[in-house]
Ligand binder design. Structure first.
Ligand code: NAP
Length: 244
């Protein structure tokens, strides 16, 4: 995938990894549109030259409005990054979980972005070359006990990504999965563990996008994916050690 001259939509592009990716791609002569809910964050992004769309991925009407705007204002769209995410850390087995919490993690992390993707397919598939990148997580390969709903949503997104890749074989759309390591963003603000900086992560990922690698990530995560697949008990011990 060439990294210039694209029209790119990044969900959750107003913060953390998404914002860093948006800035890097904007600097490479792409038209970058960031999608989020928070008006102040959208305004701040607009000041740096990014285009913005306000949308709540938990609300179907809001997604439909966003898609209408994209069709009208950005018909050149050829690059979609499903990056928005929310993570609640709590012990699912220890308390009654508010309905809203469960719903939010599934709707934002999975359902909303599946619906958005399907609605944007007609725009993407008529381009000479297009791509869809879905942000998942190592927790989609192996769940951690204080985030099993988040992990379940990310596992769903992993499966959706693989399915979409096969379903779109023979079309101009390539599908990639982005698995960030633990990265210093508002999402991980309270966590005491080694974190990669978003700019370093993006610098490592861009050449992988260019090569259209199926999984965009860092070497340690590639090893973790194999461990989760071959030796789940060891994956569990690694995650528990990280939590301490
Ligand atoms: N950071 C990590 O260590 C890490 C590790 C593995 C995977 N990931 C994944 O990487 C992606 C980016 O994470 P991050 O750490 O950069 O997160 P972040 O800094 O917390 O940013 C989250 C973004 O998602 C948007 N968002 C949240 N709920 C939304 C909703 N309902 N509708 C529309 N936008 C919504 C937020 O915008 P508003 O504030 O406007 O809602 C914000 O732009 C996520 O998918 C996350 O699961 C992160």
């Amino acid at each position: 995938m060439k990294l210039s001259g694209n029209t790119i939509l990044i969900t959750g592009g107003t913060s953390g990894i998404g914002l860093e990716l948006a800035k890097a791609l904007h600097a490479k002569n792409n038209k970058v549109i960031v999608l989020g809910r928070n008006e102040a964050k959208l305004d701040a992004a607009a000041e740096t030259g990014l285009h913005t769309i306000q949308c709540d991925l938990e609300d179907q009407g809001s997604i439909e409005n966003a898609v209408r705007r994209i069709e009208q204002e950005y018909p050149d769209l050829n690059f979609l990054v499903n990056n928005a995410g929310v993570q609640h850390n709590y012990l699912f087995t220890e308390a009654v979980t508010p309905f809203r919490r469960v719903q939010q993690e599934i709707q934002c992390n999975l359902t909303g972005q599946i619906i958005l993707t399907q609605m944007l397919l007609p725009l993407l598939r008529v381009k000479e070359r297009a791509c869809i990148i879905n942000s998942t997580s190592g927790l989609g390969a192996f769940p951690k006990p204080d985030g099993i709903v988040y992990s379940a949503g990310k596992a769903g997104m992993r499966n959706f990504t693989t399915g979409l890749r096969y379903a779109l074989q023979g079309t101009p759309i390539c599908v990639m999965e982005f698995i960030p390591p633990v990265t210093a963003t508002p999402m991980t603000a309270g966590r005491q563990e080694a974190k990669m900086q978003p700019d370093e992560l993006v610098a490592r990922i861009l050449p992988q996008i260019e090569k259209e690698r199926k999984i965009l990530t860092v070497p340690a995560m590639r090893i973790f994916l194999w461990i989760a697949f071959l030796a789940p008990d060891l994956a569990f011990r690694i995650l528990m050690k990280k939590e301490k």
